[in-house]
Design a protein around this ligand. Structure first.
Ligand code: GLN
Length: 233
């Protein structure tokens, strides 16, 4: 029952709303396509992207989400939200899953392995620290996290980490050629799109939220933000 589903996951939704509230912004939860018309920017949360895709299909959200992205409105995808925004997804169970697309990259859905292989890392964030101030790194929480394997020319890389940061990385999930020295991309920006493989709503550092709200201000829409909770957060 999808209503139970939403209910079960209200806690993280509330954490996200709290992060926005700390920055003086009210977030609203979006479940239906017509609700998208009343908001100026969108955060697509983490969760489980196959389930989220099914729920988005059930609510007929995909056409409206694609339109929202094409209109140049700011959209931030975290974790499963990143997968949703990618033009291409690979990795376990990726077959046939519908994506919104728009972000010119290939993402590996479960690059860092399963739930028990979740980890935290001190992530260097030079561009974010430049714009938002604060320390040069960000404590990033990765939960069954995806990673970006390839990006197109218009994509700006905001953070990457050595593959070995996740000490318990699943060799099966790294698809061939990755060595421990190699880095994978975990945060990018492309025009109106922002995407992070980790969960900034789980830590007190609000710089990613603040960075996104500046993107919203730049397109002149005013910093009102909505949260597209098509699945669990
Ligand atoms: N790897 C998950 C997926 O495929 C995403 C995990 C997350 O959002 N925390 O959907």
């Amino acid at each position: 029952d999808h209503l139970n589903f939403y209910h079960l996951n209200l806690r993280r939704l509330n954490l996200r709303l709290q992060s926005l509230r700390r920055l003086g912004v009210k977030g609203v939860q979006i479940r239906k396509p017509d609700q998208l018309q009343s908001v100026t920017s969108l955060i697509i949360p983490g969760g489980e992207s196959t389930t989220m895709a099914k729920l988005a299909e059930y609510h007929n959200l995909f056409p409206a989400l694609r339109e929202f992205v094409k209109m140049g409105k700011p959209v931030w995808g975290t974790c499963a939200g990143l997968i949703f925004l990618a033009n291409k997804a690979t990795g376990q169970k990726s077959g046939g899953q519908e994506l919104i697309g728009g972000l010119d990259c290939t993402v590996h859905r479960n690059f860092f392995g399963s739930q028990i292989q979740s980890f935290e890392a001190e992530l260097p964030i030079p561009q974010i620290a430049d714009k938002e101030g604060g320390p040069p790194t960000f404590r990033a929480v990765f939960i069954r996290a995806p990673a970006i394997l390839e990006v197109g020319p218009e994509v700006v890389v905001l953070a990457d980490i050595p593959v070995s940061s996740s000490k318990t990385v699943n060799p099966e999930s790294t698809e061939g050629s990755t060595s421990s020295e190699e880095k994978v991309i975990v945060a990018v920006k492309q025009g109106n799109l922002l995407a992070t493989a980790f969960h900034p709503e789980l830590t007190a550092d609000t710089r990613w939220h603040s960075y996104f709200l500046k993107m919203v201000d730049e397109v002149g829409e005013g910093a009102s933000s909505s949260i597209c909770a098509v699945g669990q957060e």
